[in-house]
Design a protein around this ligand. Structure first.
Ligand SMILES: [Zn+2]
Length: 66
């Protein structure tokens, strides 16, 4: 199938089960993820407290109750 990579805007043809869709490559997928993480770190209240594992026993499922 033909895709247009949202990261580098390059049109390319990839297999239907291409693992990095909708990106053209692993590099673009990781770059997008990196951008997303950069944004997440700018939020004053982190979604997940650092260095703390997910705890299903905690109220709110460990996601934090606001
Ligand atoms: Zn790309």
């Amino acid at each position: 199938m033909k895709i247009r990579c949202p990261m580098c805007a390059r049109e390319t043809t990839v297999p239907d089960d291409f693992q990095f869709r909708p990106f053209c490559s692993r590099r673009c997928k990781l770059a997008d993820l990196g951008n997303w993480l950069d944004e997440a770190y700018t939020i004053s209240t982190p979604l997940f407290p650092p260095d703390r594992p997910y705890d299903p026993e905690e109220p709110g499922g460990g996601l934090g109750v606001h």
